[in-house]
Each structure stands twice: as structure tokens, then as C-alpha cells.
Design a protein around this ligand. Structure first.
Ligand code: MN
Length: 452
């Protein structure tokens, strides 16, 4: 498989045609794309990749909902659904360095100077409260102005003018750190954004880890080959050669503009803030480029982020508690962990590992290995029957969390908590669970007692 979006779509069309739906009727990018996607999911229980061929006021077709199926995400990284975390961790442990190429499909059309016009792109409004048209599938590529570290991440862009957007840099994360370093020197931060990529690239750029872990090499690990990069027209930033479309630009120092409200993964539409400004210097794209959208706050968005977050958290807990069984992120800012606890205190260590490994994590629940963390009822049962709140809840005040959490007094300045819902002092010595004798369970044949 090639490393572009199109070869991936071909693979889906061949092997899972039911997962691909072309909408040829014209749609209005104002709410209709999101409405059709979410209505299909909620009312028809369908979540295909959607390609809207005719979108009002733009020549670009819009692709959305690409990531809304676990099996098809797995296909992009050559894995079965149930192997995704293992394959992801292997890519983190065995990254493959990217390589630079000189020819790239994404240069088929090059637009600079007065040819740059963001209003030629689909002006997609997602939710009712949104302040304007947002680009939700833009993956940033940037280099540390003080070093050789590269970063890639999703950043939402709100279109503000022909060549201007606002950008949401998550406070205290890596691109924000690069930008702060450039701004401290009074310089702009060169950056470029890829829109329309193979899901392996999307999954890899979501890798949560240390600032010096290169997501581009994790992408290589997921692709099974080096990610091919090409130099921008207006800067030295390197971008995926096979992307559908690239926005080149820089984040300006000491400039802020109104951004938001915007409906996010939290399920909320957080209000207007002053945020950084992106000046777009060039747009390059493939001929007949497909403009990718992420249906923000719904499955397309949530399924994409979960595998990378869970893989990193599993890795972090395993470093502290070797007998970790599973890690799940069931809701925003929330993590469930099951461990086979060998000795008192390991549950608390698992809590510390999770809170120490991911900025966004705010609530951690740790249970014993006999509890299925993919079953919310079982987790609730463990909290209710194995936990004493005055003894087993740890609260950390005044930490840094997500700046999109509406419950914090000051954006992202938050308390965090962990719940140790393991049996104490140990599962082996705890009041036993009720059970039917094994011999009886095996002997009983339902047909003998309850008919056919
Ligand atoms: Mn990073």
C-alpha cells in the first residue's frame, strides 16, 4: 500500500465497499456535512467513510469520518482490531526515521502570494455555536527553533481571512513550547500543515510522549517504511510528500486574535479566547485534491485519539507496575487501569504513572485484574465494593491539564484525582465473590431443566 490517502481508500473500496459512501448530491458545508455524518451514526447506526463530491462554493470534494471504525483504522497499520495497541507500542519502540524526497505529488499545484486564498477551501461549519469555519484535519509539522527536534500534532485552525487563521496550541504541549521559544526571540515559528493523509499518519501524529520523541518516526513504524517528506516552498519545514494538501505558513510572534467558541471532543463548545495567529504563505496540493475534515467531537475524532493515548498510558503504567493488564480511556480526561497487584501500593503507583504520562488525564480508576475495564458496570461495582473514599482517593491540586476542560476556574489549571478501587490488603485475602461450584456449573445441562 502507498502512504497516501488514495491508496488507503482504494484498499477500503476493494475489501470493505460497505465502509465507503459517496454522496453525489450537493451539500452545504454549513452544518450539513456534520449533520449527515452524525445522523448516519446515530439514527442509521452506520459510520462509513463519507466522500461529498459536490460542496457548495468550493471545487474541493470533502472526505470525513475516515477514522470512525476500529477495524479500518487497524487496516492502515497492518493490524487486526485487537492487536492495535501492541502494534502501536511496537512502532513507538522501533521507530523508522523519515526520508526526504525531491519530487512529491503534493506539489502538483503550487499557490503562493495573491493566489493563496483560504476561502477557496470548503468553509465547514460543524456545530451551531462555532465561531466560524474550521479546518479540523490539519496536522502541524514544525522544528524546535533551538534544536533539531521535530513535532507533529493536530491543531484546529479557524479561517479568519484569505491568508490568515487562528490556531489553537494546547498550552504546555510541544508545538506551544516551540512557539514560545520562537516568540521569546521575537521570531515567527515556521510551520506547515498536512490535510488529507493515510490514517497511519493520523495515528502516528497523535503519539503522546516526550517532546524529543519524533512522531514522524513513529509514523514510519506504523507504515512499516520511512515516511516520505518534501521541503516546503516558502520555508525549510518538511511535510508528507503524498498528502492531499499542504498549508505553509508561520505563527506570528506577539499576535493574538479571537478564536472560538468551538465544539470539541469534550462534548462542549468552549467560549472565545485570544489565541495565536497563523499567516499562510503558500498552499500546495495534488491535482483533484480531496479536502479532509474530521467530524470533531464524534466517532471520527474520538476513535482516532484513543489508540495512541491508551498505548502511551499502558507503556507508562507498565514502567511502574509490570503486571498491568489493560488500560482504557472511556471518557474525556479519564483512564481506567486493571493490574494484577502483587504487593500493597501498586495501585497508587499506577495512578501516579497515568497522571504523570499525559497532560489531559485528570481522573484515574485502578481495579484488580478480575474486573473488566471495558465494562463500565464492573468498574462501578469495584469502586462501590472495594473502595473507601477517605482512604482510597488521592487528590492533587493545582496541576496542569487540558485548557479545553470547562470545569476549571482558569483554563487548564486543574485538580486531578485517582481512585484506588483494588481490594485491600489483597484480592486473595479479600471477602470472596459469590460463585457457583465449578463442578456443578459444568455438570448442569440447560436442556435437562429448561427445555430446548
Ligand atoms: Mn510531540
Amino acid at each position: 500500500m502507498g502512504q497516501d490517502l488514495r491508496s488507503y481508500l482504494d484498499l477500503i473500496k476493494q475489501n470493505h465497499p460497505e465502509d465507503f459512501l459517496v454522496v453525489s448530491r450537493a451539500v452545504d458545508p454549513a452544518y450539513e456535512i456534520t449533520a449527515i455524518t452524525v445522523k448516519l451514526e446515530q439514527e442509521a447506526k452506520r459510520r462509513p467513510i463519507l466522500l461529498f463530491e459536490k460542496v457548495k462554493d468550493t471545487k474541493f470534494p470533502v472526505l470525513t469520518n475516515l477514522h470512525a471504525g476500529r477495524a479500518r483504522l487497524a487496516l492502515a497499520i497492518h493490524a487486526k482490531s485487537e492487536e492495535m495497541q501492541r502494534v502501536y507500542l511496537r512502532a513507538m519502540e522501533k521507530p523508522i526515521q523519515p526520508k526526504v524526497v525531491s519530487k512529491a505529488p503534493v506539489k502538483e499545484v503550487v499557490l503562493t502570494n495573491n493566489k493563496v486564498n483560504l476561502y477557496d477551501l470548503p468553509q465547514i461549519l460543524h456545530h451551531q455555536e462555532d465561531a466560524g469555519a474550521y479546518i479540523t484535519a490539519a496536522i502541524s509539522f514544525a522544528k524546535d527553533p533551538n534544536g533539531d527536534t521535530w513535532n507533529c500534532a493536530y491543531n484546529r485552525l479557524m479561517i479568519k481571512g484569505r491568508d490568515t487563521t487562528s490556531i489553537h496550541l494546547t498550552q504546555a504541549k510541544h508545538l506551544w513550547e516551540f512557539y514560545r521559544a520562537a516568540e521569546a526571540r521575537g521570531e515567527a515559528l515556521p510551520v506547515a500543515f498536512a490535510i488529507g493523509v493515510n490514517p497511519a499518519i493520523a495515528l502516528g501524529c497523535f503519539a503522546i510522549g516526550s517532546i524529543d520523541e519524533d512522531e514522524r518516526a513513529i509514523i514510519g513504524g506504523l507504515l512499516g517504511e520511512p515516511l516520505e517528506l518534501v521541503k516546503c516552498e516558502t520555508s525549510d519545514v518538511l511535510v508528507p510528500a503524498h498528502a492531499e494538501l499542504i498549508l505553509e505558513g508561520e505563527i506570528l510572534p506577539h499576535e493574538r486574535t479571537a478564536e472560538g467558541p468551538f465544539g470539541e471532543f469534550t462534548g462542549y463548545s468552549l467560549g472565545e479566547r485570544q489565541r495565536e495567529v497563523l499567516q499562510v504563505r503558500a498552499i500546495t496540493h495534488r491535482r483533484n485534491a480531496i479536502f479532509q475534515d474530521i467530524t470533531v467531537g464524534h466517532l471520527d475524532h474520538l476513535m482516532l485519539s484513543t489508540t495512541p493515548i491508551e498505548a502511551n498510558l499502558y507503556r507508562a503504567v507498565r514502567a511502574m507496575v509490570p503486571t498491568v493488564r489493560a488500560v482504557r480511556v472511556p471518557a474525556p480526561f479519564t483512564c481506567y487501569v486493571s493490574i494484577e497487584q502483587r504487593i500493597s501500593g501498586q495501585a497508587k503507583n499506577a495512578i501516579l504513572a497515568v497522571l504523570g504520562a499525559d497532560l489531559y488525564m485528570k481522573r484515574v480508576v485502578v481495579v484488580d485484574h478480575d474486573v473488566d475495564i471495558f465494562n463500565d458496570r464492573q468498574v462501578n461495582w469495584a469502586i462501590a465494593t472495594r473502595c473507601q473514599p477517605d482512604r482510597d482517593i488521592a487528590i492533587i491540586s493545582n496541576a496542569r491539564g487540558s485548557d479545553l476542560d470547562p470545569s476549571t476556574k482558569e483554563d487548564g489549571y486543574t485538580a486531578k484525582w485517582g481512585v484506588d478501587a483494588t481490594a485491600k490488603p489483597s484480592l486473595a485475602t479479600y471477602t470472596p465473590r459469590h460463585r457457583i461450584p465449578k463442578e456443578v456449573w459444568q455438570r448442569i445441562n440447560l436442556k435437562d431443566f429448561a427445555g430446548k
